[in-house]
Design a protein around this ligand. Structure first.
Ligand code: NAD
Length: 478
């Protein structure tokens, strides 16, 4: 098996750190121990912080061209290691290998895209009111960055932050998820082999709340970028406030899907089934509240059910599997709780509804119809393979219901009416909206939420801007 030795990257060295504490990394498909992950001591975290300051001072003075060339070399190394890294991603996270490969490819694309875009960090000259005076606004890297990320996309969650920070000229200290460390380590190895100077990237692990509390109490970091749940995002923002650290918050969502009666229903069902059960529903932009216009409700549900029943649940490394396990056993109970609450609120389970094979953290793809908006699963982010559905009767009604939650990450609609599309683009409260597909992100497009789903963007020029600040200067030519 290729699962690597798990270590941290501190000040340019791969190390087990000094705490002596480790935790096991578990394969969600069969419960076996994949590896032992070292935790950082406070001294290790201080070493990482100090080296990130030294790394920043080196890296910001590199030309964007040299930075891009290192990122490009790392992209080529990740291509060389593509199959091994994809398999390890599946081992530690559970998603089918085909999905892991797509994710690894997107991570490589992110690295290349950001590297290139880093060459285009332009400032501007502002015309002056005073003769012989020039106003200049230039973009400079914000400083050493801290990042904490969730386990559901072990490659792209890490790469969005690492590639963006590095392309902008920042150093970055990242704590990936302790549940999926090997993918982040593989990214770190590629960057170090490509020639990244010591301290520019640090990778640490530990008890998340302790690591973040220690790192955020330091005056060194100038930016925090977090991908995870709303409560943890709010907690981290409070910690960051102590040192007025700027934040990007990529938090949870609860995405409505609105199927209008004029939509191509068969096409909508195909998109919804693929989108909903991708990564077993453990996706922040996963469609999670299915609203179908009354006249096509039964037709949609009948077809959706047949697609759900065609999903093949199993070990992600088995090429026949189209859905893997959940990330860990702790998620199974959460799904059961959502389903029993939905049923006691009046919903009807029409497919799935229970745990899958054991050992492994498997859960059946589940479809529930007639779920009232007051059921827990219509209010809290499900983050699993359960699709609750309900009908609606007018556009005004569905816009109000779609906007009723504090979340505002992604929304989806299926309609052939351009007027409906226009109204939704204007009225739906979410950072991202896809009409007639589930395609909502590319490396070139801005990814981010509104309301409690967070603020700031990753991907696109906004993603690079997140790691830059504007410095203004004026000069009178004598
Ligand atoms: P979580 O917030 O509990 O944990 C997310 C990550 O943060 C984990 O790796 C964890 O180790 C770390 N973490 C937890 N507490 C921490 C702390 N006090 N300090 C530092 N790090 C801490 O969320 P989860 O339930 O494990 O992950 C899923 C959540 O992430 C969902 O809400 C999902 O929508 C969200 N998510 C958002 C995006 C996005 O881009 N908007 C992408 C992926 C996941």
């Amino acid at each position: 098996m290729s699962y690597p030795q798990l270590q941290m990257l501190i000040a340019g060295e791969w190390t087990n750190g000094t705490s002596g504490v480790t935790e096991n990394v578990i394969c969600p498909a069969d419960g076996t121990v994949l590896g032992e992950l070292p935790h950082a001591s406070k001294e290790d975290l201080d070493d990482a912080l100090n080296s990130s300051l030294e790394g920043f001072n080196k890296w910001r003075s590199e030309t964007p061209l040299n930075r891009q060339s290192i990122l490009e070399k790392a992209a080529k190394i990740l291509e060389r290691e593509f199959d091994k890294n994809s398999e390890n991603l599946t081992r530690e996270m559970g998603k089918p290998l085909a999905e892991a490969k797509i994710e690894m490819q997107v991570a490589i694309d992110l690295l290349r895209w950001y590297g290139e875009e880093g060459k285009r960090v332009y400032g501007r000259i502002i015309p002056s009111r005073i003769p012989n005076m020039e106003h200049e606004a230039r973009k400079v890297p914000v400083g050493p960055v801290l990042a904490f990320v969730a386990w559901n996309f072990p490659a792209t969650n890490v790469m969005r932050k690492v590639a963006g920070a590095l392309a902008a000229g920042c150093s970055i200290t990242i704590k990936p998820s302790e549940e999926t460390p090997a993918t982040a380590i593989a990214i770190g190895k590629a960057l170090m082999e490509a020639g990244l100077p010591a301290g520019v990237l640090n990778i640490v692990f530990g008890v998340p709340s302790e690591v973040s509390e220690h790192l955020l109490s330091s005056p060194i970091p100038r930016k925090l970028s977090f991908t995870g749940s709303v409560p943890v995002g709010i907690h981290l923002q409070k910690l960051a406030a102590q040192n007025l650290i700027r934040c990007t918050m990529e938090l949870g969502g609860h995405s409505p899907v609105m199927i209008f009666k004029d939509a191509d229903i068969e096409a909508a069902v195909k998109h919804c089934a693929a989108g909903k059960f991708r990564n077993a529903g453990q996706v922040c932009i996963s469609p999670t509240r299915f609203f179908i216009e009354e006249p096509v409700y039964d037709e949609f549900i009948k077809s959706f059910k047949s697609h759900v029943e065609a999903i093949n649940v199993g070990d992600g490394l088995d090429s026949k599997s189209t859905m893997g396990p959940l990330v860990a056993d702790r998620r199974l109970e959460v799904m059961e709780d959502f389903i029993s609450d939905a049923v006691s609120s009046g919903g009807e389970v029409i497919s799935g509804g229970g745990r899958g094979q054991s050992p492994g953290s498997f859960f059946e793809p589940t479809l529930i119809r007639d779920v009232p908006d007051t059921a827990k699963i219509m209010i809290e982010e499900p983050f699993g393979p359960v699709a609750p559905s309900a009908s609606f009767s007018s556009i005004d009604e569905i816009i109000e219901r779609a906007n009723s939650l504090p979340f505002g990450l992604a929304s989806y609609a299926f309609t052939s009416n351009p007027r409906t599309s226009q109204i939704l683009k204007s009225e739906i409260e979410s950072g991202m909206l896809a009409i007639n597909s589930m395609h909502i992100h590319s490396v070139e497009t801005p990814f981010g939420g509104l309301k409690h789903s967070g603020y700031g963007y990753e991907g696109s020029i906004e993603g690079l801007e997140a790691f830059l600040v504007t410095k203004y200067s004026s000069e009178i030519y004598t």
